[in-house]
Ligand binder design. Structure first.
Ligand code: ADP
Ligand code: MG
Length: 394
């Protein structure tokens, strides 16, 4: 068990809260403020306890001086001020006199947001490479470090992994909740435990399959991944997306876990990768050379749904088809709907899958939607997240 923010005396302490304010932006405006909203419980808790709160986060990638302008956290400071109802002071630099003065002048119950930690990447990738001097410098300006940046916890950044090596550390409420939900499903799943995998590439999910295949009762494979499995069975897959390097892996899975791996029986195929291509439903073993698989077919939706309806718990990672095109979102939508209506504990992971769940209106219908794409994938692979490993145990 990791220490949490509740395990510390925060009064008059300088507390760095590492948040994940890596919000989607368009033309200088925030298009989805979910991540900002989710950070509020931890920040408010620290303010109530009379801490001096220093918020840090990265935003986008910073490779050139020009990137600084489009990736400034100033807009987040404004949005957060509004949501919190407290003034959030903005520190436009990540180190130096100005930063140090602002920290020194910070009073209990005041909160400041430091500029994008990745501005330090212009200086030899110091943030992204977890530079020791930088982490020490930031740590020297605080008494306690709280990681509430679940979505960044798979990254070996100075502001995530570096700082807590030098000062007492714990996790915030957002991270605590993510871990609780993931642990609940992964450690003690109610059976039947059904894992639904999709998305583009098998290679992205090999680790997840390997980690969960023993625990799961069924591993359902849809989306682009299915075609590498179908090819491994010797089927023609036409121009469908394939991961040649993973064919051997798929063959061994099909051989060793023939009772667990569930593949599509029919596929919505098209002639080209575009939204208006000619389509038909093909049997999984009847795809033609000039066709490409876009979505799972109606028989497959029925089969997959029948497993989900009986499930005790479900993990879904990866969409069932090219859901970005309305014509090919049927499978993804149907499977999400089936899960939304089931009694199972359903955990949705993966950036695109979470986006699909939101888009189709199932935001509040699941046990948990995990918003940390890369972090959740790493968790499902059974690996330790560096950002959590760095935090003190209770
Ligand atoms: P997540 O972010 O949830 O982990 P992935 O990133 O692995 O999911 O996969 C999402 C992508 O997979 C989407 O962009 C989707 O269009 C693509 N995809 C799904 N089915 C297919 C398919 N049949 N052919 C090509 N791409 C597909
Ligand atoms: Mg993705």
């Amino acid at each position: 068990m990791k220490k949490t923010i509740k395990n510390f005396k925060l009064k008059n302490k300088r507390v760095i809260i590492r948040c994940d304010f890596n919000v989607p932006m368009k033309d200088g405006k925030i298009t989805d403020d979910t991540r900002i909203k989710e950070s509020i419980p931890t920040i408010l808790f620290a303010l109530r306890k009379k801490a001096k709160v220093i918020l840090m986060s990265h935003l986008g990638k910073v490779k050139t001086e020009e990137d600084k302008e489009n990736n400034s956290l100033r807009v987040v400071a404004d949005a957060l001020s509004e949501l919190l109802g407290y003034e959030v002071k903005f520190c436009p630099v990540t180190h130096g006199d100005y930063f140090e003065e602002m920290v020194d002048e910070l009073k209990p119950r005041e909160v400041m947001l430091v500029e994008n930690t990745r501005f330090e990447d212009l200086n030899g990738k110091m943030e992204s490479m977890n530079d020791e001097a930088l982490a020490k410098y930031w740590a020297s300006h605080a008494d306690i470090f709280i990681n509430d940046a679940y979505g960044s916890s798979h990254r070996n950044h100075a502001s995530v992994v570096g700082i807590p090596t030098y000062i007492p550390s714990g996790i915030g409420f957002l991270v605590e909740n993510e871990i609780k939900c993931l642990e609940h499903i992964i450690r003690k799943p109610s059976h039947p435990f059904i894992v639904v995998l999709g998305g583009a590439k098998v290679s992205d999910k090999i680790g997840v399959i390997e980690n969960l295949v023993e625990k799961a009762d069924k591993i359902i494979i849809g989306g682009g991944m299915a075609f590498t499995f179908l090819k491994a069975k010797g089927y023609e897959i036409g121009k469908s997306i394939v991961d040649e390097a993973s064919i051997d892996f798929c063959q061994s899975m099909l051989k060793n876990y023939s009772d667990k791996i569930v593949l599509p029986d029919d596929i919505v195929v098209g002639l080209n990768f575009d939204a208006s291509t000619t389509i038909r439903v093909a049997n999984a073993d009847g795809i033609r050379m000039n066709e490409m698989g876009m979505d799972i077919g109606p028989m497959t939706i029925k089969k997959f749904s029948s497993y989900i309806r009986e499930a005790g718990s479900v993990v879904m990672n990866g969409p069932m088809g090219i859901f970005e095109f309305d014509r090919f979102n049927t499978g993804t939508k149907a499977i999400l709907e089936c899960m939304a209506n089931s009694y199972a504990d359903v955990l949705i992971g993966g950036g695109d899958t979470a986006a699909a769940a939101m888009k189709f209106g199932y935001k509040d219908r699941f046990y948990h939607i995990s918003t940390g794409g890369g972090a959740t994938l790493m968790y499902l692979e059974g690996k330790k997240l560096p950002g959590l490993a760095a935090i003190e145990d209770r």
